[in-house]
Design a protein around this ligand. Sequence first.
Ligand SMILES: *Cc1c(COP(=O)(O)O)cnc(C)c1O
Length: 232
Amino acid sequence: MPSIAENVAAVRARIEAAARGRRVLLVAASKMNDAARVREAVAAGVDACGENRVQELVEKNAAHAYDGAPLHFIGHLQKNKIKYLVGAADLIESVDSVELIELIDRRAEKLGLTQDILFEVNIGREGQKSGFLPEELPRALEFAAAAGHIRLRGLMAVPPASANPEDTRPYFAAMRELFIDIGAKKYDNTSMDFLSMGMSGDYEAAIEEGANMVRVGSAIFGARDYSRPAGR
Ligand SMILES: *Cc1c(COP(=O)(O)O)cnc(C)c1O
């Protein structure tokens, strides 16, 4: 089996080919991989680590898994976990409700910091998926603009899963349109810097459609073993 470093190098090469000179950030989606494996990915030069579960993030952070790389939260966020995340995560990619915006802002104010966030968009309008529907974004943008302790840095999406990345392209393209439209409107506390989309199966298509941040798990770490407990 190739090493994590070899996988990172291979993913980087494919990112570069798809990006045609644009800069694309590689986020290692490290759920269910222990601190030692995450450290290998950081040593191999990923641009950030992305974690899905707050408890796993807290444990692996205490084990210095992410030292040397920014830390992103990319999972579904429950409001009672916000206190563990604000200030600990450099970027919370998965903000998907007005209530979360307000609670994150309040926590960040209490800590005296500004929290960078992305809005997650449910671009495939899937019932079981989190994320703002596109028509909910204007209201959310108003809330973000009025919040003094968050900075909205862009959008994130997990489009409907498909075996064929070509099926996902229209969703990526729709995200890019939202990203550009919002950027043109110049909301306060908002700069559309990051468009986070694309995973192991479709990151090249995502980049071709405008992603400048991809979240790659299994292509770096290998297939996840769901029979083992996470975070150790
Ligand atoms: C697990 C995960 C990824 C990475 O998935 P892979 O298919 O393993 O690359 C990306 N984004 C989110 C939100 C994830 O939960």
